[in-house]
Ligand binder design. Structure first.
Ligand SMILES: Nc1ncnc2c1ncn2[C@@H]1O[C@H](COP(=O)(O)OP(=O)(O)O)[C@@H](O)[C@H]1O
Ligand SMILES: [Mg+2]
Length: 233
């Protein structure tokens, strides 16, 4: 069975806008996939359905054996525990230090400190920020803050890491560092990564699978693909 399977998936928002219109897509465990396409083509909507922020209007979205459309609100946590999410804006809690930010998903699950500590240390090690665990978000560079977010997303040992423009606020050099961390997570831990991006250089350099969306439909899907988005704005 495929790790992610999207079948004839439509999403129409309440205002009548159709964001995805008959998407079909399969992603295997351990893949690294870029989702690209012009602004408004449905990239964020597609990944929001993967973590059940949105439900498909029609069709199927299956993630790690869970049918997202059929998942009750009270069971969404079961899906969320299988995945980590990283956004463009860091969404760190400013009053918590690095350690507590990374620990947050585990503390809210009710785990004991004894169980939390080794996992937080491991996650911070993964992104090279163990020595910053007592710092506060506003004391860190943008790249470091994004690495803290990656550690927080990975602290639960997810099989899937979803990233929506994780380098959108970063300069090219820092973006490169973030991509090295993501690549390492994919290569060494075998974590499946689905990443939305507008960054042409990153896509062209990484030589990964590239899925191009155009107006809510799949325009192309290539292994070792290139960036080929025509922005009309
Ligand atoms: N919550 C929402 N309500 C209504 N329309 C939305 C909502 N979110 C996105 N859209 C619309 O759906 C389309 C796809 O948006 P989105 O998935 O965010 O695209 P992208 O991430 O590729 O820029 C756009 O026309 C956008 O305006
Ligand atoms: Mg978007």
């Amino acid at each position: 069975m495929k790790f992610i399977k999207i079948e004839d998936c439509y999403k129409t928002y309440k205002n009548g806008v159709t964001a995805t219109a008959g998407l079909n897509l399969e992603i295997d465990k351990g893949e690294f996939v870029f989702i690209i396409g012009a602004t408004g083509c449905g990239k964020s909507t597609l990944i929001k359905m993967l973590y059940r922020e949105e439900k498909p209007t029609k069709g199927k979205v299956i993630v790690g054996g869970i049918d997202v459309a059929k998942l009750r609100n009270s069971k969404v946590y079961k899906l969320r525990r299988k995945l980590g999410i990283v956004f463009q804006d860091f969404k760190l809690l400013p009053k918590l230090n690095v350690y507590d930010n990374v620990a947050y998903p585990l503390t809210s699950m009710g785990l004991k400190n004894k169980e939390i500590k080794p996992r937080v240390i491991k996650a911070l090690d993964l992104v090279g920020l163990k020595e910053k665990m007592r710092s506060y978000p506003n004391e860190l560079s943008a790249g470091m803050q994004q690495r803290v977010c990656i550690a927080r997303a990975m602290v639960n040992g997810p099989k899937l890491l979803i990233c929506d423009e994780p380098t959108g606020n970063l300069d090219p050099e820092t973006s490169k560092e973030i991509m090295e961390v993501l690549n390492q997570i994919n290569q060494e831990l075998g974590t499946t990564i689905v990443m939305v991006t507008h960054d042409k250089d990153i896509v062209n350099r990484m030589k990964k699978r590239v899925i191009l969306l155009d107006n809510g439909v799949l325009a192309s899907d290539e292994m070792k693909g290139k960036y080929k988005v025509n922005e009309s704005v």
